[in-house]
Design a protein around this ligand. Structure first.
Ligand SMILES: Cc1cc2nc3c(=O)[nH]c(=O)nc-3n(C[C@H](O)[C@H](O)[C@H](O)COP(=O)(O)O)c2cc1C
Length: 178
């Protein structure tokens, strides 16, 4: 089969970096939420997570100032509203009210959990040295929650533009990975 050139601008869509998450922040008592897909695990325990958040987002200043956020993992059930959080700015819209998301108090950070997301990971920023250059924050998970009985999650994976993949069947393969 011939191989065609893949435009470099499409590389990110092949190497999708993890499920779309809803990042919540809270600054001066005002919570906000945005969709984010550029994140990667960096260590097991304590769990370290690299997250790329552009400084064009309203959430950026809140994350930088408060050094706290929650990564809420949405599933197919709330896909439309989760993606809508990536198409509106918290500077103008209360996205919780607009997109039917319920904020719940977290245990370690001021940013809220989202009730409609079955997994919530409370995080503190531990390293901002690469923010100026790459918009890359290193987070440490300090508490995590999963709704009982939520089982294998049908998470959303961004494939670029308007294309998303929904997590499918789980297979078990011989692997030495933890
Ligand atoms: C599926 C999806 C994934 C996104 N991933 C990222 C990302 O990884 N990093 C980023 O900075 N913005 C990302 N965005 C864009 C932000 O979610 C968007 O700019 C949002 O409006 C920011 O909200 P805020 O201004 O209230 O912070 C993504 C948007 C969508 C729809």
């Amino acid at each position: 089969m011939p191989r065609r050139k893949l435009p470099l601008s499409k590389v990110y869509a092949v190497l999708e970096s993890g499920p779309v998450v809803l990042v919540t922040t809270a600054r001066r008592g005002r919570p906000n939420v945005m969709a984010l897909s550029w994140l990667t695990m960096m260590d097991f325990e304590p769990p370290l997570i690299g997250l790329v958040m552009s400084d064009r987002n309203h959430s950026f200043a809140a994350l930088k100032a408060t050094r706290e956020c929650v990564l809420n993992v949405p599933t197919i059930e709330i896909a439309d509203n989760a993606v809508a959080c990536g198409n509106a700015s918290g500077a103008r819209v209360d996205k919780f009210a607009a997109f039917g998301l319920t904020p719940l108090s977290a245990s370690q950070v001021r940013a809220p959990l989202i009730r409609e997301c079955p997994v919530n990971i409370e995080c503190r920023v531990t390293d901002m040295r690469m923010v100026r250059r790459y918009d890359l924050f290193v987070l440490q998970a300090v508490a995590a929650w999963k709704v009982s009985g939520s089982g294998e999650l049908k998470t959303l994976h961004h494939l670029g533009g308007d294309r998303f993949m929904v997590a499918g069947p789980v297979v078990r393969l011989r692997s030495k990975a933890k």
